[in-house]
Design a protein around this ligand. Structure first.
Ligand SMILES: *Cc1c(COP(=O)(O)O)cnc(C)c1O
Length: 368
């Protein structure tokens, strides 16, 4: 590992490859693999991650919004890109960059068909999403006839895939609910494909779905968090390697006397003398204020240093009273030793939130 000289997010591409191969080994050879690279590749770097995965054997990519897809195209990604949540205002840009929309309601379906015919498209690949319980995006099953009628009027679009999303794939207490979702989706798919007269790709599983519901792999799986190294359970985490490590260094050390305070609003008052280190990252870098007041911690020479007082915009102060360290020494916020999941737990959140919060101000460096 290179020594950090600044606050950096290290992206380990070997770990990405390992995770991809592990997840691939969980699905049948003919099952396609879609890599979810939304939110800057879960806070890493969507373009570099996608470039690397494109060289491996990924079939599809997905982003949340059109701008994420445009960035991938500009970086030279040529594989199909599904846009999970396109907005009508961006559909023209979507077509311009050959991105594939999720058509999740009647309005988007009609608007897209209209626009695609104005743009003289033929068999443009689109994706139809069904709501099977998440109640977030997607048609309800009652809409099947209307969708098919709309699609049969035109040849400007062709359904590349039909999908749905599991509500609680990581929670085995909700297994009955998930199995019910899977069978309703399968029934919807069969009716839909039959009415349509051809067989689009059928897909439902996210990472935890891949691991917990092999019967729901269908023709393709969609993995995000697993690629980045988290499997949503301690057993699965053992087989995955976190891709991103957030590292920084000690800028300054202070000896704080009993009765003195540290940081804004005197949020921490020393009851005995302590030693603190000031670190060059704060809530503008993704370490939110909820990590302050001793909840969150960093690791210095293998030892835990809790955050003291309020998190500032650009800095945090940590308690290093019992750690032998000096200015310039390395600090691990998450990565080796403490995972993002463990740090996230200190504030009752999840790895997804912490890793996607690392702001664009933090320099990304890549290990091959
Ligand atoms: C984010 C997302 C995924 C990926 O989920 P992970 O739990 O990160 O694997 C898959 N499908 C949809 C529709 C999503 O929004």
């Amino acid at each position: 590992m290179p020594k950090a000289q600044d606050t950096v997010l290290e992206i380990n591409l070997k770990a990405l490859k390992h995770n991809f191969e592990h997840l691939k080994s969980k699905v049948k050879d003919h099952t396609k693999f879609l890599a979810v690279v939304k939110a800057f590749g879960y806070g890493s770097d969507a373009c570099r991650v996608a470039e690397y995965l494109q060289e491996l054997d990924v079939d599809y990519f997905a982003v949340a919004y059109v701008n994420g897809g445009v960035a991938l195209r500009q970086a030279g990604i040529t594989k199909p890109i599904l846009v999970l949540h396109p907005q009508i205002a961006n559909l023209k840009t979507l077509i311009k960059h050959a991105l594939e929309p999720n058509l999740y309601n009647a309005k988007v379906l009609k608007e897209f068909i209209n626009l695609a015919s104005i743009e003289k498209q033929d068999n443009y690949p689109v994706h139809i999403k069904f709501n099977t319980g998440l109640n977030r995006l997607g048609f309800n099953k009652e809409a099947i006839n209307d969708i098919v009628a709309e699609l049969k009027k035109t040849s400007v679009v062709k359904v590349a895939s039909v999908f749905s999303h599991l509500v609680a794939s990581e929670d085995l207490n909700e297994k009955a609910f998930s199995l019910n979702q899977i069978s309703s989706f399968d029934a919807i798919f069969k009716v839909f494909a039959n009415e349509l007269g051809y067989q689009p790709i059928q897909h439902m599983c996210n990472t935890s779905g891949i691991l917990n519901y092999p019967e729901a792999h269908f023709d393709m799986v969609r993995s995000g968090i697993g690629l980045y190294g988290f499997g949503n359970s301690p057993d699965e985490n053992k087989h995955l390697i976190p891709v991103a490590s957030l590292k920084t260094i000690i800028s300054q050390i202070h000896n704080i006397k009993k009765g003195e305070s540290v940081g804004y609003n005197r949020a921490f008052k020393a009851e005995s003398s302590i030693k603190t280190a000031t670190l060059p990252l704060g809530h503008a870098d993704g370490i939110g204020r909820q990590y302050g007041h001793g909840k969150g911690f960093v690791t210095i020479h293998g030892q835990k240093a809790p955050i003291v007082g309020n998190v500032c915009m650009d800095m945090i102060m940590v308690d290093i009273s019992n750690i032998d360290c000096k200015e310039g020494d390395d600090v691990i916020v998450f990565g080796e030793g403490t995972t993002a999941e463990q740090l996230a737990e200190t504030t009752n959140t999840i790895s997804y939130e912490l890793i996607t919060s690392v702001s664009q101000r933090v320099k990304r460096i890549f290990l091959k």
